[in-house]
Every structure is written in C-alpha cells, then in structure tokens.
Write a protein that binds this ligand. Structure first.
Ligand SMILES: Nc1nc2c(c(=O)[nH]1)N[C@H]1C(S)=C(S)[C@@H](COP(=O)(O)O)O[C@H]1N2
Ligand SMILES: [Mo]
Length: 248
C-alpha cells in the first residue's frame, strides 16, 4: 500500500516532468526560440534551462576540512611550456612568460554572447572555495582546496542558448573533454584559478582548470583554452577507451 502510493507519486512527478519537457522541447530541439536574436530576452530561455538542469539529482561531492589536505601528484601534462614534450604549446608558453596577464578563456558556440574572459575577468565573479578529493582513474586520490568561479555563473553570463546540451572544454596541450549541462551547472563545478590558497600551479593546470567534482579526475581539464557550448555530442573519451560519463 505504501509502496503503491510511492510509485503513484513518483509516476506523477515523472509525468509532470515529461509534460514540462514536452512544452519546452519543441522550442529546444531544432528550432530556435522566438526570442532568438533578442539578447535582452535570452534570460527567459536560460532560466528555464538552468532550472531544469538544477532541479533533479544535483547531489554534492563530499567536502573536507583543512586538516585533510594531502600531497597532490601532478599527472598527464604537467608543463605545456616544455619544448621537449609532444604537448608543447608556444601560445601557452607566451602567456606563462607574462604571468598569464594576457591569457583569456574563450567561450563560444551556442551562447548569446560569445567572448573571452581574462583571469581578472574570472576573478571579478564571486569566488568559491571547496576542499574536495580528486580521484584519478589510475588508482590514486588526493585532497586539495580549490578556488574559482562556478562554471554555471560564467555560462549564464555568456547566455547559453536553450538547445545547448554539452560543454566541450579544450586545453592548450591538445586535451579535450566534454560534460553535459547537469555537470556544467553543478554548484561544485568550477573554473579553478587557485589551489591551497595560491595561484594554480603550472603542474596542476595554470592559469585555470576545470574542477568537476562529481566525476573522475580526467574530466577536470587543465590548461583551459576554449569552451564550446554545443547541441551535439562529440565523443571525447580522452584516450584508451575510458568512459565519457564517470560520475561518482
Ligand atoms: N589538459 C589536461 N588536463 C588534464 C590532464 C592532462 O593530461 N591534460 N590529465 C587529467 C587526468 S587523467 C588527471 S588525474 C588530472 C590530474 O590533475 P593533476 O595533475 O592536478 O593531479 O588532470 C586531468 N586533466
Ligand atoms: Mo587521471
């Protein structure tokens, strides 16, 4: 009896969500919304979209205390300015030599206001700190404090269009990963420019890396160059058959 009530309630919720989706989807799939091109009205679609992604299932990754901060290995690319590696980036090396003052993160694709965000621009957003555990697919984990701006805030500033489904993140070392809107707008998904109270060190992705706390380590792209919002899935499993979705 209880169980049946539960199922009925859940079915009702699902039906409700489905019909809400039915209202929204015709405007979201192929067609652009009627407000397309009117920048002042992009907020409408955006709010719908943000709410749809924020409401279901946004559970938080565990946060730790200062005493839990551990040593933290650097893996994968650890210096895109090293000419001896296949991942050398002259552009990144130049930004590094000016202490990243002329570095800027491009945000483009399905956004109303494509643009570039310098480190100073990103630091103007209200900042957020979180002490979390990084888990690498190779079997180690480590805890650090990250400082940054929630990716969702920056995407809101750029005005994502309602047909957006994925956020593709490209790095200076040629690395690329994509996440869906649920992870992009997760409150702990941040563009991190600080680690353990200092500027993000080079081995850990300077000047700005992604932190996707609900996914395994390789989703947290270092050395960010460009973010492209898309409505098409590009399979970005970084190498060797690792899964695209690795929620934890
Ligand atoms: N650009 C870039 N991002 C990357 C990688 C990389 O090689 N290049 N490696 C990934 C992997 S597998 C892990 S475990 C973490 C490592 O981050 P860390 O070096 O700060 O420990 O970064 C991820 N992001
Ligand atoms: Mo990793």
């Amino acid at each position: 009896m209880k169980k049946k009530n539960l199922i009925t309630r859940r079915t009702a919720i699902i039906t409700g969500l489905t019909s809400l989706g039915g209202l929204l989807l015709p405007g979201c799939s192929k067609k652009l919304p009627p407000t397309y091109g009117n920048i002042l009205r992009m907020g409408d679609a955006l709010t719908y979209m943000a709410h749809r992604t924020l409401l279901p299932g946004q559970s938080m990754a565990k946060e730790y205390g200062y005493g839990d901060i551990s040593s933290f290995p650097a893996t994968g690319t650890t210096n895109p300015g090293d000419t001896a590696t296949p991942f050398y980036s002259e552009a990144w090396a130049q930004f590094k030599s000016s202490e990243f003052t002329n570095w800027a993160l491009k945000i483009e694709g399905r956004v109303a206001r494509p643009g570039s965000y310098s480190l100073a621009d990103l630091q103007k957003f209200p900042s957020q700190k979180q002490i979390t555990r990084h888990t690498c697919e190779e079997g180690w984990s480590a805890i650090a404090e990250w400082t940054g701006v929630p990716l969702g805030r920056v995407l809101n500033a750029a005005g994502i269009l309602p047909s957006s489904r994925f956020v593709n993140c490209y790095a200076y070392d040629g690395y690329m990963e994509s996440i869906d809107m649920l992870d992009a707008f997760h409150p702990q998904t941040v563009l991190a420019y600080g680690m353990n109270g200092r500027n993000l060190p080079v081995p850990h992705g300077a000047p700005v890396r992604l932190r996707v706390e609900r996914q395994v380590g390789y989703k947290s792209v270092k050395y960010l160059q460009r973010i492209v919002v898309t409505d098409e899935f590009v399979d970005t499993s970084n190498s060797d058959g690792w899964a695209w979705y690795v929620g934890m």
